[in-house]
Design a protein around this ligand. Structure first.
Ligand SMILES: NC(=O)c1ccc[n+]([C@@H]2O[C@H](COP(=O)([O-])OP(=O)(O)OC[C@H]3O[C@@H](n4cnc5c(N)ncnc54)[C@H](OP(=O)(O)O)[C@@H]3O)[C@@H](O)[C@H]2O)c1
Length: 260
């Protein structure tokens, strides 16, 4: 049985820990900086826990590091003297796997390309897992685990994953920010956000069915400068939304010109 140690106790640690357990891959230990957080996750997973990196189980096979991107190398440096033979992976989209190279001979990445929050249960079968490792045998191991957790496992290099992450920021974070601005604009006029839900659903359905490039509508692609001018005036109290409106409209028009 693979001895899995989850490092961290945030959103990804909770979701992956529970999924691994549900799929017959119990977690052998939870290690995390804050004792209360480590304990809470460990109790759920019925696993031992510690907030002391030196207490990592010495026969751990896989360190699944689900911690903040900018502390991965620090924590790896503290763990490696105690489990030098383990496979260490992080779950970050933006961080190269090679950050682990100075500390572990066997290192890799186990990145779920999805947005996770505590309030929502992930639809596991639809989550693409992007994996990579220094050793072929570890790649095969990570793909096998990913296919147990989800249906979608891809071997993705550091360079590819970095681009995927940029794309994901546009598709998720920026799109969501636009939804949030739209909600505030309606709120200011006492209109319910629900009114936009069918439009949002249709936008996504169309983008999934076809290339979003071909599905673009609205004043920018029509070159309707009168409407754009009126919209910019309406956004007068919100210069930051006005800037965003201008930039995105220009980007739509540039993309349209290039596609002609
Ligand atoms: N959330 C997502 O949608 C998502 C999706 C894909 C990949 N990821 C990646 O998964 C990783 C974890 O993300 P998350 O969303 O689970 O983050 P999170 O919920 O914010 O949890 C972060 C974890 O990092 C730990 N941590 C923070 N600073 C630390 C330090 N100085 N030393 C040691 N541990 C520290 C926290 O410990 P404490 O409990 O002590 O604060 C916590 O356990 C990140 O690399 C992220 O990029 C996230």
């Amino acid at each position: 049985m693979t001895k899995i140690v989850i490092v961290g106790s945030g959103r990804i640690a909770w979701h992956l820990g529970k999924r691994l357990k549900a799929k017959g891959l119990p977690v052998s230990q939870v290690l995390s900086r804050t004792a209360a957080h480590a304990r809470a996750l460990a109790e759920t997973l019925q696993a031992p826990w510690s907030d002391d990196w030196s207490k990592v189980i010495p026969d751990a096979d896989w360190l699944l590091m689900a911690i903040r991107d900018d502390v991965i190398d620090d924590v790896a440096s503290l763990l490696s003297p105690h489990v030098p033979g383990a496979l260490a992976t992080h779950t970050s989209g933006a961080t190269p796997g090679s950050v682990l190279r100075p500390f572990f001979q066997r290192y890799g990445v186990f990145y779920p390309l999805q947005t996770f929050s505590m309030e929502r249960s992930p639809v596991w079968s639809k989550i693409p897992f992007c994996v990579d490792a220094a050793a072929e045998s570890d790649v095969l191991f990570l793909i096998k685990i990913a296919k147990t957790i989800s249906n979608l496992a891809y071997r993705v290099t550091d360079a590819q994953r970095a681009q995927l992450h940029v794309a994901a920021v546009f598709a998720n974070n920026f799109a969501n920010h636009c939804f949030s601005i739209a909600e505030k604009i309606l709120e200011e006029k006492d209109l319910p956000f629900d009114m936009l839900h069918p439009l949002m659903e249709e936008t996504l359905a169309k983008a999934l069915q076809n290339s979003p490039d071909k599905m673009q509508t609205g004043p920018a692609i029509r070159g309707d400068m009168d409407t754009i001018k009126r919209h910019l005036e309406l956004l007068g109290d919100h210069p930051e939304w006005q800037d965003l409106y201008k930039k995105i409209s220009e980007s739509i028009q540039t993309a349209f010109q290039k596609s002609k």
